[in-house]
Write a protein that binds this ligand. Structure first.
Ligand SMILES: [Zn+2]
Length: 411
């Protein structure tokens, strides 16, 4: 058979339990998971869109690829992108992206054709027919990155999905995406490796009571000027943040990862894999040489029942709400060590015990100093990497990025 095409579907803000759990109906995604390799413990590198895509598309952690926030950074020219690697191997490369992934960030470098569509204030999936039409004219073999915004806040599910699922919106937009994206995946054809993942997870109130509490907290912060009169309470309420980007809790970093297509047998992988492993794994599956000097590794052998030595996952939170502070973490299936950029003494260690159910309330650092020391040393090693000094972001590019972030409600 000729070289397979690759459809890389990244659904923004898609949590692992939204697909692998059974509280949201995702019959189509479930079908792709059941007939392909499903990675049950995949973690994203950051909880913000642009840095997260930079890691997925280069196999590198942020210190190496250089994109450490939504604005003010441009992808290092020293790293090889997925589009560059597939392009060099004779693939036609297409990107259909949205949200903050504008070309000025450098993240789309290497894509022969890149279309950026507005993510906000447009009807959900209004773009689908146009994208499918363009897909039908691709020359094989092709690589296509499809990034969707429908699961991103503010959720705007069609009314019938709201009636059928939740009023809060998240579960409705996930169910809606499952239904609306299935024809796109089908249209990719049989000789296509389909990758489905989320760029990071999401914090949303998943109970009626939770929804009410969030609404009340937001309202009272404004109405009673809590920041002025009761700063402690204000901070506490603000801490009930929704969305993503501001922390590295499990539901914010655990994402689904499904790889389906020619030569991929059904497999359920419980080992921890990382978003930085995606790029080398895809190259491996397509018989393309993996560039040196990346942080990820091919996990292809796990898809056929093999084993690999455990590799810790580095992650960082760089969201706008952190106001320049950065939370970094090292995760293994059993432990998570977190460190704040502003204050190293604020290091905390959580026991995950394989991730089910994780305990992210009790800091066990003083009880396990040897674990903290080992993970801390790994964190230091990753952070010591310095991205190649790059052509700095020009003022006009920075202005374009800022305007997009404003339109999306980030600033
Ligand atoms: Zn995102």
């Amino acid at each position: 058979m000729s070289a397979p095409n690759v459809l890389f579907l990244a659904i923004d803000s898609l949590r692992a339990d939204a697909v692998f759990g059974d509280h949201i109906p995702t019959p189509n995604l479930d079908r792709y998971a059941a007939s392909g390799a499903q990675f049950r413990q995949c973690v994203s590198t950051t909880t913000s869109t642009t840095p997260s895509f930079s890691s997925m598309l280069t196999g590198c952690y942020p210190p190496r690829h250089g994109v450490r926030g939504l604005q003010g950074y441009r992808l290092s020219t020293a790293v090889t992108t997925m589009a560059e690697a597939f392009g060099a191997a004779g693939y036609q490369t297409h990107a259909e992206v949205t949200g903050p992934l504008v070309p000025e960030t450098g993240v789309l470098r290497g894509f022969e054709n890149a279309v950026h569509r507005p993510g906000y204030k447009v009807k959900p999936f209004v773009w689908r027919d146009d994208v499918m039409e363009r897909m039908s004219s691709y020359t094989e073999p092709w690589l296509m990155l499809l990034h969707t915004w429908e699961v991103h806040r503010p959720y705007r599910p069609a009314p019938d999905y709201v009636r059928r699922w939740d009023k809060g919106g998240y579960e409705a937009v996930v169910a809606m995406s499952d239904e609306w994206l299935a024809p796109v995946i089908e249209a990719a054809g049989e000789n296509t490796i389909v990758v489905i993942t989320g760029d990071h997870g999401e914090e949303y109130p998943d109970t009626r009571m939770g929804q009410k509490m969030h609404r009340a907290a937001t309202k009272s912060r404004k109405k009673f000027r809590l920041d002025k009169w009761f700063p402690y309470l204000d901070k506490k309420f603000a801490g009930m943040a929704l969305g993503h980007g501001f922390a590295l809790w499990e539901h914010l970093v655990r994402v689904p990862l499904i790889i389906n297509g020619p030569g991929v047998a059904p497999a359920r992988v419980e080992d921890q894999v990382r978003h930085v492993d995606l790029f080398p794994t895809l190259l491996d599956l397509c018989g393309i040489t993996i560039p040196g000097d990346i942080d990820g590794r091919s996990v292809k052998s796990l898809m056929s029942g093999g084993t690999l030595p455990e590799e810790p996952a580095y992650m960082e939170a760089v969201g706008v709400k952190l106001e320049g502070d950065r939370i970094a973490a090292i995760r293994t299936p059993d432990w998570k060590l977190m460190r704040y950029k502003s204050d190293r003494s604020k290091e905390v260690l959580f026991r995950l015990d394989g991730g089910l159910p994780p305990d992210e309330k009790h800091n066990v650092l003083t009880r396990h100093p040897e674990v903290a020391g080992k993970l801390g040393a790994f964190l230091d090693r990753v952070q010591a990497i310095e991205a190649d000094p790059d052509s700095p972001l020009s003022e006009s590019d920075e202005a374009v990025i800022e305007q997009h972030l404003r339109d999306l409600g980030y600033l």
